[in-house]
Design a protein. Sequence first.
Length: 104
Amino acid sequence: MPESTPTSNSLHQRRLDVTLRGIAVFNNFFAQRASNAELWDADGKRYIDFAGGIAVLNTGHRHPRIMEAVGTQMQRFTHTCYNVTPYEDYSTASLTWHPVYVRI
């Protein structure tokens, strides 16, 4: 018997069952997909994402240039924990893309 698609209510209940109470969550709906400034929940309802994750407010969800850069990086490696095994892009790319970057 195929598993049914979870709803926002069932996901909310699952979160209550398994997440520590000290972890605050503002909304009771769960993002299933996103594009630009919008996201859709498990019930198919569309929202304007005013809160966004890190960097999403600057670029929107799934910005084509970001998706391309992520795809390129994924072909190399996903994550090494920079403080254990550093890599060049971490220390250079984050500065050079910024429009007000000034070399000190």
